[in-house]
Design a protein around this ligand. Structure first.
Ligand code: HEC
Ligand code: HEC
Length: 381
C-alpha cells in the first residue's frame, strides 16, 4: 500500500481542510444506521467463465489478495463494497459511483462524494481487475490491492480520516465481527483485512461473456455483417484502434515491451504507464499523467459506461467516434498514431464506417456482469 501512503500524505492538507469544513457544517459524525445486509446469500464467487470454460478466479490473481481467498471473504468484500458505513457520514458506498447496471461505472461526468463535493474525474467502470495493472485515469495504481482503500480515505469520495476511525466504526456494527471471523478466522478488524476483502470482491468482477467472447469461440459466426466490418476497421492498420485498446480488456497493459508500457511501477510521472494523448484539447485543464496523457481505458462494456473520457465530455459513442474522425487537436504531445508530420491526422470516417465501429463496440457488452445477483447490492433484501 505504498502509494496509498503517498496518497494520504499528499491529500492530507486538503483532507484536513475539507474535514474541518465538513464537521463545521455537521458536527455529528452520524452513528451507523441499523440496516444490515442479507447474510444468507450463498454464491460461488470464485467460479468464472472464460471462452466458454469454467475457471477458478485464483488462476488469474497475481497480487497478495490471492492468499486466503474464499467465498466467505469475497462475500465480505461485496458487503463492504455496498456498505455506506464506509463513508464518514453513511451516505456513500463504492457502489454509489460504481453501479452494477452500468458495468460498475457512473452515468454522470463527475460523481458526488460524501460531502456533496464532486470527483474531479469521471468514475470508471471496474472490470477484470485481475487482468489490469494500470488503474485510475492517470495510471497511478498498479493493482486492485494497492488501490482498494484509496477512495475510502479520499476526502471527496468517502472522507474517512484514518484507519482507526473506520476500524472502530465497523467493529461496532452487529454484523462485521462475525463476517471477519468467517472470512479470516478471527474477529479483529484491520485496515489490511478490509482492503483485502474489497480487493477479493473486485477481482471476482470478471467479465468475459460478451458477444465478442462468444465470437472468439465460433470464428465470429454470431456477428452480423455490420459488426464484422466494424471489427475489421477496429483492428485495421488504417485506424489502429487495437494498437492502443489491446489485449483481453481492450486497454493498454503497463507491461515491459508494450509500446505504452513502463518497465517500472510507481508514481514517476515521466513513465507513460499505458497512457496516451489523443488530442482532446490543445491545452488540457487536467494533464493526467502529464502532457494530457490519460490511461488507455478498457472498451469492455463501453456501451454502458458513458459519459466518456476522463472528464465525461462525450455523452455518446457517436461523439467519441466523431472525435477520432474529425476532432483530433494538434497538441504537442499528441500520440504519433494521430500525426501526419507536424499535423494532426483526423481519421475522416464515412457514416457507414462510424456506424460499423459502434456496432462492433457494442459486441463488448457483457449482460451477465450487470445482471448476475452475486454482484448485486446485498443491502437490498
Ligand atoms: C464518489 C465516487 C466514487 C466512490 C465512492 C468510489 N469511487 Fe472508485 N473511482 C471513482 C473515480 C472518479 C475514479 C477515477 C479516479 C481517477 O482516475 O482519478 C475511480 C476509479 C476506481 C477504480 C479504477 C478502475 C480502473 O480500472 O482503473 C477502482 C478499481 C475503484 N475506483 C474502486 C473503488 C472502490 C473499491 C471503492 C470503495 C472503497 C470506490 N471505488 C469508491 C469514483 C468513486
Ligand atoms: C494512441 C492510442 C489510442 C488509439 C489509437 C485509440 N484510442 Fe481510444 N482512447 C485512448 C485514450 C488514452 C483514451 C482516454 C482519453 C482521455 O480520457 O483523455 C481513449 C478513449 C476511448 C473511448 C472512451 C472510453 C471511456 O471509457 O471513456 C473510446 C470509446 C475509444 N477510445 C475508442 C477508440 C476507437 C474506436 C479507436 C479507433 C478509431 C481508438 N479508440 C483509438 C487511446 C487511444
Amino acid at each position: 500500500m505504498k502509494n496509498a501512503g503517498n496518497f494520504i500524505k499528499t491529500g492530507l492538507s486538503l483532507t484536513l481542510f475539507c474535514s474541518v469544513l465538513f464537521i463545521a457544517c455537521d458536527r455529528r459524525i452520524s452513528t451507523p444506521s441499523s440496516d444490515s445486509p442479507n447474510l444468507n446469500d450463498n454464491y460461488d464467487y470464485l467460479k468464472v467463465q472464460e471462452s466458454g470454460k469454467t475457471r477458478n478466479i485464483t488462476e488469474f490473481i497475481k497480487d497478495g489478495s490471492r492468499d486466503g481467498l474464499s467465498n466467505k471473504s469475497v462475500q465480505l468484500g461485496r458487503i463492504l463494497f455496498y456498505d455506506k458505513k464506509l463513508s464518514i457520514n453513511n451516505t456513500i458506498s463504492c457502489a454509489s459511483c460504481h453501479k452494477q447496471s452500468l458495468a460498475f461505472a457512473d452515468n454522470v461526468n463527475f460523481s458526488t462524494g460524501f460531502g456533496n463535493l464532486l470527483t474531479t474525474r469521471n468514475s470508471m467502470s471496474i472490470l477484470n481487475p485481475v487482468n489490469n495493472n494500470n488503474m485510475f485515469w492517470d495510471s497511478r495504481a498498479s493493482s486492485p490491492l494497492e488501490l482498494s482503500l484509496m477512495p475510502v480515505f479520499n476526502h471527496i469520495e468517502m472522507g474517512m480520516e484514518n484507519d482507526q476511525m473506520l476500524v472502530t466504526k465497523l467493529s461496532k456494527t452487529s454484523y462485521y465481527p462475525d463476517l471477519f471471523e468467517d472470512a479470516f478466522g478471527d474477529r479483529t478488524i484491520t485496515r489490511e483485512k478490509i482492503s483485502k476483502a474489497v480487493t477479493q470482491f473486485l477481482n471476482c468482477l470478471f467479465s468475459k461473456e460478451s458477444k465478442f467472447d462468444q465470437g472468439l469461440q465460433n470464428n465470429f459466426a454470431n456477428f452480423t455483417p455490420l459488426e464484422l466490418y466494424g471489427k475489421q476497421l477496429f483492428f485495421s492498420d488504417q485506424l489502429k484502434c487495437s494498437e492502443c485498446h489491446s489485449g483481453t480488456n481492450f486497454s493498454a497493459p503497463d507491461a515491459p515491451g508494450s509500446p505504452y508500457g513502463g518497465s517500472t511501477f510507481g508514481n514517476d510521472a515521466s513513465n507513460p504507464r499505458g497512457t496516451a494523448n489523443i488530442g482532446l484539447d490543445v491545452s488540457y485543464k487536467d494533464n493526467g499523467r502529464g502532457n494530457g496523457k490519460f490511461k488507455i481505458p478498457s472498451l469492455r462494456n463501453i456501451e454502458l459506461t458513458g459519459p466518456y473520457m476522463h472528464d465525461g465530455r462525450f455523452t455518446t459513442l457517436e461523439q467519441v467516434i466523431n472525435h477520432y474522425s474529425e476532432g483530433i487537436q494538434n497538441h504537442p504531445s499528441l500520440d504519433e498514431k494521430f500525426r501526419d508530420g507536424m499535423k494532426a491526422k483526423k481519421l475522416n470516417l464515412s457514416e457507414n464506417d462510424k456506424v460499423a465501429l459502434i456496432a462492433f463496440l457494442k459486441t463488448l457488452t457483457d449482460k451477465n456482469l450487470i445482471t448476475n445477483p452475486k454482484f448485486s447490492d446485498p443491502f437490498k433484501n
